[in-house]
Design a protein around this ligand. Structure first.
Ligand SMILES: Nc1nc2c(ncn2[C@@H]2O[C@H](COP(=O)(O)OP(=O)(O)O)[C@@H](O)[C@H]2O)c(=O)[nH]1
Ligand SMILES: Nc1ncnc2c1ncn2[C@@H]1O[C@H](COP(=O)(O)OP(=O)(O)O)[C@@H](O)[C@H]1O
Length: 216
């Protein structure tokens, strides 16, 4: 969990690399559905463009449907749940072991999101300052063009941060009360990551070949 732009996708990538979990990102899933113009995608589009959350029943159905396929593997959810009703629906279906909360100040986030570029087909994320592609505007692996997300416009970012305050912050209390919330605060992913890594090492074996936990 964490506000938009707090580094959920970036930290998720590192977690996958080290701990071999299956990853499900609600944002990536919604963007794939929008590109394919599925029923879910068409509903989601108007909400996302306005910086609003997609209705609980829509996103919950989508996520639970996907999780069925991952049933046999340990998984990492990124961007879901974002409201208390979503958290309650998830609890009915699965037991959540740990919730990682990235607590990054809003001022830091606003700067980051104007510099975010993505490769839509894979969900790969770049940042012109923090993690630039090898060639400006081009995905490292496919050579395809990068795009900026429509909802990363400054006015839409403000709406998303507001939605986070109102609807998502209560989810932190929900998990704190259950005793599974771990909060990591800071302004730089590279400083937050070693703490997340150390925490997860107490729960899961590191299956990566690499020794340096600080490397991407
Ligand atoms: N400047 C800076 N950018 C970062 C840092 N960590 C992540 N980013 C970038 O900030 C943007 C948001 O990160 P992302 O992982 O997509 O956040 P999410 O929206 O929570 O999934 C992306 O462009 C990242 O590359 C950091 O420590 N410093
Ligand atoms: N769990 C969710 N509930 C409702 N809407 C969601 C959820 N996850 C993603 N969305 C929608 O997709 C948009 C993009 O989500 P995401 O890619 O996770 O971006 P970010 O973390 O940068 O806000 C959100 O602004 C919201 O409209």
């Amino acid at each position: 969990m964490g506000p938009p732009g707090s580094g959920k996708g970036t930290v998720s990538d590192r977690i996958l690399k080290h701990f071999g979990l299956k990853h499900l990102s609600s944002g990536d899933l919604l963007r794939t559905n929008m590109q394919r113009r599925t029923e879910f995608g068409l509903i989601a589009k108007t909400f996302i463009a306005q910086g609003q959350l997609v209705p609980d029943d829509v996103i919950t159905r989508l996520i639970l449907q996907e999780l069925k396929d991952l049933d046999q593997h340990p998984w990492l959810l990124d961007g879901f749940p974002r409201t208390v009703p979503q958290a309650e629906a998830l609890d009915k279906a699965y037991q959540i072991d740990s919730v990682i909360d990235l607590n990054v100040p809003f001022d830091t986030i606003k700067q980051r999101l104007t510099a975010r570029w993505i490769h839509p087909a894979s969900g790969r994320v770049y940042n012109t300052e923090f993690s630039p592609p090898k060639v400006t505007g081009i995905d490292d692996l496919t050579g395809e063009p990068l795009v900026q997300r429509d909802d990363d416009k400054p006015e839409t970012v403000m709406k998303r941060l507001k939605a986070y305050e109102v609807l998502t912050r209560p989810v932190l209390n929900y998990y704190r009360d259950k005793g599974v919330l771990e909060t990591f605060s800071g302004t730089e992913t590279n400083k937050i990551w070693p703490h997340v890594y150390a925490f997860l090492q107490t729960k899961l074996p590191d299956v990566s070949q690499k020794e340096a936990a600080s490397q991407r």
